[in-house]
Design a protein around this ligand. Structure first.
Ligand SMILES: C[S@@+](CC[C@H](N)C(=O)[O-])C[C@H]1O[C@@H](n2cnc3c(N)ncnc32)[C@H](O)[C@@H]1O
Length: 164
């Protein structure tokens, strides 16, 4: 099952953990795949200046030639996630946090992109959300990749639990 433009809303638990653990209150952030606005609203509520766009508003991320803010935070369409990462850094994004598949780096193309744009932090979750809404026990999990710069020498590995 695949929805139009990969529109799978991020579970609120992951939105909250990413924002709490990575976003700073004074950040200028672009959310270019905003969907229903849950990331943008959460970041605004902590004082960030956030620009939202989405292909459903006629704003295709791949058409931008300059970033709209130095920092980008989103859950992008996974079927385009590799070109998404390359494009973000090619248009001037400095810092980025992406919700991503847990096995993003675990293949040849993943390893090559990891050499090119190694994140400074990568986090798995100690819980699984049924984000594809297939019912039953989820067979895929979400992770978060975080870049303080387009390529880091080292990547620190984390496992997050839900804050109460
Ligand atoms: C996985 S959903 C995430 C939505 C939202 N960021 C969230 O966290 O709930 C992916 C979103 O990317 C949007 N999208 C897909 N392709 C896009 C593109 N080329 N440019 C901009 N937005 C795109 C979809 O419309 C959808 O809202």
């Amino acid at each position: 099952m695949s929805k139009m433009h990969d529109n799978y809303p991020t579970p609120v638990s992951i939105v909250q953990e990413l924002v709490r653990r990575w976003v700073l209150p004074d950040m200028m952030v672009w959310e270019p795949c905003a969907g229903d606005g849950r990331f943008a609203d959460t970041m605004r509520s902590m004082g960030c200046a956030v620009i939202s766009s989405d292909i459903s508003m006629g704003k295709d991320f791949f058409d931008y030639r300059r970033t709209l803010a130095p920092t980008l935070v989103t859950n992008p369409p996974f079927k385009h996630i590799r070109p998404f990462i390359d494009h973000a850094f090619s248009i001037g994004v400095e810092k980025m946090a992406l919700v991503c598949p847990e096995r993003l780096w675990a293949c040849k193309k993943g390893r090559e992109q990891f050499e090119r744009h190694r994140p400074g932090r990568f986090a798995n979750m100690d819980w699984r959300e049924d984000y594809l809404q297939k019912g039953g026990s989820p067979d895929r999990a979400l992770a978060v990749a975080m870049w303080e710069q387009p390529h880091s020498q080292r990547c620190s590995y984390e496992v997050w639990s839900k804050s109460s």
